[in-house]
Design a protein around this ligand. Sequence first.
Ligand code: ADP
Length: 589
Amino acid sequence: MEKKEVSFFQKSKRILQYAKPYWHVIFWLFVLSAVLALLSLVGPYLVKILIDDVIVGQDLQLLFTIMVIFIGIFLLKTIIQVYYNYKTEALEETVVLDVKKELFQHLEHLDLGFLYSKQLGDILVRVDEDVYGIQSFINIIIDGIVMNFLLTLFILIICLHLNWRVTLASLTFFPFYIFAQKYFGEKIKQQKKVVIEKDAALLSFIQEGITSIKAIKEFLLEKLALHRYTTKTRELIKQDLRLNLLSSYSTAIVGFITFTPLLIILWYGSFKVITGALTIGSLMALYTYIGKLFGPISNLGSINVAIQSAFVSVDRVFEFLDTKPKIQDKPNARLLRKVYGGIVLDHVSFGYDKDIVLENISFTIKPGEKIGLVGPSGAGKTTIANLACRFYDPLKGRILLDGIDVRDIQLKSLRKHIGIVSQDIILFNATIKENIKFGNIHASDEQVMEAAKLANIHDFITNLPKGYNTIVGERGVNLSGGEAQRLSIARTILKSPSIIILDEGTSALDSETEQKIQESFDYVTKGKTTIIIAHRLATLKNADKILVLKDKKIVEQGSFSSLIKKQGLFSRYYKLQFKMPIAPKIPVR
Ligand code: ADP
């Protein structure tokens, strides 16, 4: 993801764009902030009246009135505070939800090349944790800046009214305070960045550990993995502690600086009381108000740090949102309503990274034709299927569907017309019924069952204790390769695409399962353009054409019988699979 330097204001403006639809709520919260600020400042003034007028003036009548006002204000403030907290939280959560929606949508549109090249943990943190940086920012604006600014303003007005000389004298600490805040703010921001990076690296490591647990067990790497995990965790804790220590230093030093004005008030204020320029009540009130000023000023002073630290997360979110998907619709991309299924690869070259996987490949599939792709593992068979679905774009050359470059077709309409049947079917953590319905989410239960019957999987499903409501996927029952493939066929039957890609999968199936799959596959592919990535070469007997891939190129092509006759690579594979003797190559002298 590209790092761009964006100014403070641009960033703030971009976040506030998300809050814009809720401006009426924000306005209401500002009004409530002002009311709350005023209510929380009435107390010391009442105490001043209590000392100067009730106690010194010995007015018992006034005592009763003051007490009633005290109770009333306390109750009112509590009720408004509860409501205000709730509304602020609700606003923040709503904005975060909007951003989360956009993030998820963006994630869905990013190209596979990008997603596979990124560490999953890093993306997870951006989408699910860093997004709360936006919540922090809004909270800082409403609860931090507005509330604290109002409190500071009201306190200063009251203090200046009580005695402006004492007030101004007590504010001399201000410049030191700002300097300390700025210094520590910068340090804390840098340290927080380090902690987030270490945290993301640890998450990625755990995620990798879970996905590759089989390999860890197989190669007895548990000790090594544990050691690496502990080292990474230790590093995170070390950096976390460093952050904690920095925060403590900052709090201690800034706290010391803010202690000075209280000393000034007591000293200078007492002197004023003695000379008769200030009442005792006013001194007490000044002392309490300036004491109350620490909170808001300290909060205002640390707002820069808080914003910077929220920006660390926000930057990561925006960086992610600004990543342009390499595969996306052109502005005038075509919507295909009907597809005949003619596919042409025209001098296509492709590589996932620097290494070229396919070089200058050309072939044509007529509508309704069945072609087989054969070749050693890693030859690029699946890559051809990936290119046809436009999961990736070729580096050179073009791919045509019904004569149209796939880059000029709307992705949705392209993928709607292509179905993939595979043993590596992706199962979502949902019921079997829902998993089949992903082929067509509008299908009725009857249609799902019909598709399952045609895919020869209905009996298997009904024999499960919960039938179609059995949960499969990550936390559900595991399916064998053959069952998964039949489920995939049922899904494809519901999708009813014009082009079908069969990725046979490498795991062996028993002959009865193979027979069942073949039957249902023949049904689903009838009259449709079909690309079969074949491992069991017998599957290709009825193929119109077979392409043999090796070393980035098509090395042989033709019908099943012509390739057998040719005595080339295909016939060698065939004989190997059926354990027939291979005629030794006799060098010609
Ligand atoms: P086949 O289907 O013939 O076994 P593939 O098309 O899956 O082969 O892979 C062709 C080559 O591309 C292999 O070398 C494989 O390692 C590489 N490859 C496949 N998928 C990716 C990917 N997402 N990123 C990088 N390299 C990949």
